[in-house]
Design a protein around this ligand. Sequence first.
Ligand code: PAF
Length: 303
Amino acid sequence: MKTVRTMAELRAWRGDVAGTVGFVPTMGSLHEGHLSLVQRAVAENDVVAASIFVNPAQFDDEGDLAAYPRDPERDAAMLHGAGCDLLFLPTPEELYPEGYETWVMPGAVAEPLEGASRAGHFVGVDTIVLKLFLLVQPTNAYFGQKDAQQVAVISTMVRDLNVPTTVVPCPTLRDADGLAMSSRNARLGPAERAAAPVLHRALGAAADALAAGERDAEAVRARMRAVIEAEPLARIDYVSVADRITLRELETVDPAAGALLSMAVHVGPVRLIDNLPWTAAKQEQPSASDERVARVTTKEVRP
Ligand code: PAF
């Protein structure tokens, strides 16, 4: 695997590459979930590139940015082992030099949920992802469905700005106790790690309520809140039962259309997110049909 740190080196590499290019953008501190994206990219493309860049523009909290775990040497070894061909490892100054002033403004799908809780987050995400797409020029780009709203926001940006890249959403990987894999999990202390599967349990309780016939979205949200509030180390940021396309809160769940169940919860000092796409045929993980929903999102989200 080749490692490059500058845009000039990356452009030179891209100029020499033929065939399809798979791309996995990351912020590092890699786990099995990231590797599953790389493995899928390797299976579906001629060449695979990954990036590691802790993007300051998508953090609204300096403390969160400073605390974000970083281990580029371990990450590079993991990427190499997964079959990645190129690692782009830029500095903040390389991508945001003195005088940088252009930003991508996402649409309505970026407003609720993470967009409402983290000011400017998706401006930072869309901007860095577009910059990386312009440099890498990927055929396919792979993103984890744990960040379901991020997938929807990036898919909408790709559609609206005519970016010739296919966004490929991939299933959330979980530890044995249900905790969704996340780089942030490394910051959980032992008691917090033991408490963290409460997010998965709350999503399960909501899915069970829906499967049992509950259609009042507020009642489903209340079920999730009750599970989380029973865990002393957990503090709710939001719980949501939203339309799977627009991500707006629902009043009533139509079983045919389904709903995106999601939440952000502080466990000790660490803010965790998780989600479960639900339809009448209950799904624990995003399946091919969820990929279709994410792809449909790119066509159906209105400006
Ligand atoms: O999901 C992430 O790790 C980041 O938001 C991304 C897509 C790499 C952009 O910085």
